[in-house]
Design a protein around this ligand. Structure first.
Ligand code: NAD
Length: 475
């Protein structure tokens, strides 16, 4: 078992709190590393380092910052296999999923490389006789990122490259379940020429987060994680005078109209519901089947879910890896129990799986429910596992009512061949990201990412144009 470190002022730092978190290998169930959890005084020291580095970095021309980002992007590509191995080892997802998510992260670095253009202000000549007026955007100071376990590279890359490109310094607090990839990202950025102290990475947990939220040196906080913690980070960070964007959990619906191409819809559902074992904030958790679509979906989905190849993320034959911890696997299995108890029909049961050679891994097979209804816990709550619920409705109106009544509103999708229905859905769906015949409508890096309702607290979304606004103040 290895012992990890913080990354402060360009150096590995063993930490002094004496507190550690366990990093598991979810495929084997073994603890493979321990990560130091920063105390409030270590947080204060890291903030002081980032504050000291801020004036020189803010004064560095955007073009010079951009050239470091270009080198960082090249290093990320050169080290992609190493980063993917770290993601697979600590998160458990299959290597292909890890590669895709790393690519999405690198795209944010590509976007940030355009920072000289993105920071251009506005100019009005002669707003009054002989008077000109202009606006520009300046960095904030020390920004903080707090990230979830499910995307060890992508979600941190949504945040710090853009914040740093804007001239801020940064403290990243990655999930204590998957810290190694983030630590390696920090070293690669340093190798690309980033001055010491501009990016600092702290191992930590709730105690570390609360110290960051209360520290007066921190100006802005980006958070991605579950809804209860997002709400806490938003309210506690705002109460301490910080700008906060806090992205929360999800319960994404995909409506399948009777006129949809059913094979296409089922292919999309398999990827969207069971990819990364359902541990994605944009996973489809509910298939809303309209009219005759329900039986057509059910008939096609059952054999596909039964035949999902479960295995270690490093095995190229695996289609789905384990869940993040034994506790989370048991929690997801508990939802399956509750679905049965509340009267849903369990079509495929993935509980109780044991894989040869991985008997202690945190595996759960794909689960599929039909006849799920609002009011059941499996419908109302985010499960964050490989469990897809089919909900039946008679018509499009009933389907969109379901989407819009759910407290979460991250993504929503519809599969149909009717252009009018698609157009009405795109306009009326109460979700931040909407797909038409696209199950996981994730915006590219040059657009902004964020949900509605309880899936996001704070005005501005992540990366893209709203990311630039978030990490700068208007003058
Ligand atoms: P989590 O909320 O448990 O943890 C997220 C981060 O917050 C971690 O760094 C953790 O150390 C910290 N944290 C945990 N509890 C805390 C507390 N009480 N106070 C302060 N900080 C705390 O989330 P997770 O389990 O790591 O990730 C899964 C969740 O993230 C899911 O709900 C998923 O939907 C969500 N998520 C959302 C998005 C999005 O874009 N909306 C993206 C990815 C994941």
């Amino acid at each position: 078992m290895s012992t990890l470190h913080h990354f402060i002022a360009g150096r590995r730092d063993a930490g002094t709190s004496g507190r550690f978190g366990s990093v598991f290998n979810p495929a084997t169930g073994e603890i493979q590393a321990r990560v130091p959890l920063a105390s409030a005084s270590e947080v204060a020291d890291a903030v002081a380092v980032a504050e000291t580095a801020f004036p020189a970095w803010a004064a560095t021309p955007p073009l010079a910052r951009s050239r470091i980002l270009f080198r960082f992007k090249t290093l990320l590509e050169q080290h992609a296999d190493e980063l993917i191995s770290l993601i697979v080892a600590e998160h458990g997802k299959i290597a292909e999923d890890a590669r895709g998510s790393l690519t999405r992260g690198i795209e944010v670095v590509e976007f940030a490389c355009g920072i000289p253009h993105l920071l251009k202000g506005e100019f009005s000549e002669n707003v009054s006789s002989g008077v000109d007026s202009w606006s520009l955007r300046q960095p904030l100071g020390v920004c903080v990122g707090i990230t979830p376990f499910n995307f060890p590279a992508m979600v941190p890359l949504w945040m710090f490259p853009l914040a740093i490109a804007c001239g801020n310094t940064f403290i990243l607090k990655p999930s204590e379940k998957v810290p190694s990839c983030a630590l390696r990202l920090g070293e690669l950025f340093q190798e690309a020429g980033l001055p010491d102290g501009v990016l600092n990475i702290l191992g930590g947990d709730a105690e570390t987060v609360d110290a960051l939220l209360a520290n007066p040196g921190v100006k802005a906080v980006s958070f991605v994680g579950s809804t209860p913690v997002a709400r806490h980070v938003y309210s506690w960070g705002s109460a301490h005078g910080k700008r906060v964007q806090a992205l929360g959990g999800a319960k994404n619906h995909m409506i399948v109209m009777p006129d949809a191409d059913m094979d296409q819809a089922v292919d999309a559902l398999m990827g969207a519901a069971y990819g990364s074992a359902g541990e994605r904030c944009m996973a489809v958790a509910v298939a809303v089947a309209v009219g005759g679509a329900a039986d057509a979906l059910r008939e096609r989905l059952v054999p596909r879910v039964q035949n999902l190849r479960l295995g270690s993320g490093s095995d190229p034959l695996s289609e789905m890896g384990p869940l993040i911890t034994a506790q989370h696997r048991d929690r997801v299995a508990g939802y399956v129990d509750s679905g049965l108890a509340e009267g849903a029909e369990l079509l495929v049961d993935g509980r109780g799986m044991s894989l040869q050679g991985y008997e202690h891994g945190f595996f759960l097979g794909g689960c599929l429910f039909d006849h799920v209804r609002p009011g059941m816990r499996i419908y109302d709550e985010e499960i964050f596992g490989p469990v897809l619920c089919i909900v039946r409705t008679n018509d499009f109106k009933g389907a969109i009512t379901l989407v819009n009544a759910h407290p979460c509103g991250n993504g929503a999708a519809i599969f149909t061949r009717d252009g009018d229905v698609a157009r009405v859905f795109a306009s009326a769906a109460a979700a931040g990201m909407v797909g038409i015949n696209v199950a996981i409508p994730v915006p590219m890096a040059f657009h902004s990412f964020g949900g509605w309702k309880q899936s996001r607290f704070g005005d501005l979304a992540i990366h893209g144009p709203e990311g630039i606004q978030f990490y700068t103040q208007l003058k």
